[in-house]
Design a protein around this ligand. Structure first.
Ligand SMILES: [Ca+2]
Ligand SMILES: [Ca+2]
Length: 428
């Protein structure tokens, strides 16, 4: 009996020990599994936050590329997937800080630079959210596209009767400044920066009076014939002048021109725009129709811009029209009286097209056209005020071109990809 009781007691102890050991192992296994889950969440949230932060920086860069209004300052939070982000964009040139540690705050070297700080949070919901910050510094390309009267990337041909000089719209009208009698042409000249430039040759086949420089590209020259008079220098440029492509990138959800149907519609009727950003498939005005601009208007035009028979782009009061053009032709010709404001900066056209751009023909044209991949033709009997850049420039007929020196002081940037100078994660 005693031996039997002892054997039963020993078995009970073994069972109890086994229970304790197994329980301990279970607790360890459960704890281990829990820790594994938590670690996986942290890893996923770290990765998720970082991706959201990088996406936020990408979005801010796209806005800067687009030259979008109101990009500076803090915006957000924006939701992205199961995370969210907030961006802060700072313009080095206006923030009062010596961002580059040289030459004091807001010096010329800080122009065109922006800092983008994006704080992002990924959240799977089960643990504390993980926050990540990414900082990028980007630099826009300074824009030299309106630094002279005419620039043809490949070449400039001055056919017909061509006259160029300059004026300064900040000092008043061209007529008030055109008071310098010139014995060569016998008509008054205003100022002497009616410059012409190219990265290739500049040729003339007509009667040419350039009151400015004629600067051909490196290794090229300006052809001087008996009827050609260049008041300034004809020395070629030692280096090519960069004329970056225009990137056509209408913002998502950009509304159509009011009272003109859908975004996909072509603008075919007279319209008055008091301000805002709009998009249309094309502009085709006819029969004396008028596009009147009374406020700050940005217009994205996917296709052709045809203003060709006594129509008008009328900019009044504090009106300003900036056109971004995707593809197809631009023809603003045939008696269209385009922008009588006297200030070329109130009509800016940036075109990505490789098709033709034609301006002029029995009218005045006051504005700036930048179409660095387009064969561009300036037609005759036209008085131009502003600046024109094309892949090539050809003048024909009688072209009177008055460059506005105010354009050279405007710190413009090209609507295209900015350069990323640094990109880093600043928190872990
Ligand atoms: Ca500085
Ligand atoms: Ca600064």
């Amino acid at each position: 009996m005693t031996d039997g009781r002892n054997q039963q007691g020993s078995a009970l102890v073994v069972v109890l020990v086994m229970v304790v050991v197994l329980s301990g192992l279970s607790v360890l296994a459960i704890a281990n599994a829990f820790q594994k889950n938590t670690s996986t969440e942290v890893v996923v949230e770290n990765s998720q936050s970082l991706h959201v932060a990088e996406a936020g920086v990408d979005r801010a860069i796209a806005e800067i590329n687009r030259n979008a209004a109101g990009i500076l300052g803090t915006h957000g939070p924006f939701n992205l997937g199961s995370g969210s982000y907030t961006t802060t964009v700072t313009d080095w040139f206006t923030d009062g800080v010596d961002n580059d540690g040289a030459n004091g705050p807001d010096d010329a070297g800080e122009q065109f630079h922006y800092t983008i700080l994006c704080t992002a949070t990924g959240n799977l919901g089960a643990t504390d959210p993980v926050q990540k910050q990414v900082e990028a510094i980007v630099r826009r390309q300074p824009f030299t596209g309106f630094a002279r009267a005419m620039f043809g990337k490949d070449q400039v041909t001055l056919g017909g009767t061509v006259f160029t000089d300059s004026y300064d719209s900040a000092l008043g009208t061209y007529a008030a400044q055109a008071v310098n009698p010139d014995p060569h042409v016998g008509v008054p000249v205003a100022r002497y920066k009616g410059d012409i430039g190219s990265n290739g040759p500049i040729g003339d086949v007509g009667t040419v009076d350039v009151f400015g420089n004629s600067t051909a590209g490196p290794g090229f020259s300006t052809t001087i014939t008996s009827n050609c008079y260049i008041h300034g220098s004809t020395a070629p440029s030692p280096v090519p002048i960069p004329m970056p492509d225009v990137v056509y990138d209408p913002p998502a959800g950009c509304p159509p021109v009011p009272n003109n149907g859908t975004t996909a519609s072509t603008l075919t009727n007279s319209a008055i725009l008091n301000g805002g950003t709009y998009r249309c498939a094309a502009v085709r005005l006819a029969n004396h129709q008028v596009l009147q601009i009374t406020g700050n208007v940005t217009l994205y035009v996917d296709g052709d811009i045809l203003v060709t028979a006594k129509e008008e782009v009328r900019i009044t009061g504090s009106g300003k029209l900036t056109i971004y053009h995707g593809s197809g032709s631009i023809h603003i010709t045939g008696g269209s009286n385009t922008n009588t404001s006297g200030k070329p900066e109130t009509l800016m056209v940036y075109s990505a097209t490789t098709d033709s751009v034609n301006a002029g023909g029995n009218s005045t044209f006051t504005g700036c056209i930048y179409a660095p991949n387009s064969p561009t033709q300036l037609e005759g009997n036209t008085e131009y005020f502003g600046s024109v850049t094309g892949k090539s420039i050809k003048c024909q007929g009688t072209v009177d071109f008055h460059y506005d020196e105010a354009l050279g002081r405007m710190n413009l940037v090209v609507p295209g990809p900015c350069e990323v100078r640094s990109w880093r994660e600043i928190t872990r």
